[in-house]
Write a protein of this length. Structure first.
Length: 150
């Protein structure tokens, strides 16, 4: 495992996987920059959208892509972010209907939560429904080791 840490988030990336933590610059003065974590079971392209545009098109059967996207402090306490702590994944959470952009053969899940007074969206795409169960078993330990600081 390789430990990545930046912008108040730390994650242990499984051997053979690739990860990056970055801070998206605000586009205007009313926005604040956002922490974005990307982890994938395959090489990440340099150019990629926060929720996988430019990445999910490259996925092959058995690949997984994870985004952890931080929302602004105004989201703390909102009903969508009511869950406390990183969610535990189950195979039943994954469906083609939960993808932000539907691509044939892919399933996904999108979960919102708050950790250490920081609101996040966890978005995961898996290529191939038959791979969901083993990948969930691999992803849960990584997700439970996420560390958040303020």
């Amino acid at each position: 495992m390789a430990r990545l840490a930046a912008h108040g988030v730390a994650v242990d990336v499984p051997r053979g996987w690739e990860g990056r933590i970055l801070r998206r610059v605000a586009l205007n003065p009313t926005e604040r920059s956002r922490t974005v974590v990307h982890v994938a079971s395959f090489p990440l392209p340099e150019e990629r959208g926060d929720f996988g545009v430019g990445v999910t098109e490259l996925m092959r059967s058995g690949d997984a892509f994870v985004t952890l996207f931080e929302y602004g402090p105004e989201s703390v306490g909102q009903p969508m972010f009511a869950a406390q702590g990183v969610p535990h994944l189950t195979p039943e959470l994954f469906s083609p209907r939960r993808l932000q952009r539907t691509l044939s053969g892919q399933v996904g899940c999108q979960l919102f939560f708050t950790a250490n007074q920081r609101p996040f969206c966890l978005y995961i795409v898996i290529a191939g429904r038959i791979h969901v169960r083993p990948l969930v078993a691999e992803l849960n330990p990584m997700l439970q080791q996420l560390d958040f600081t303020t």
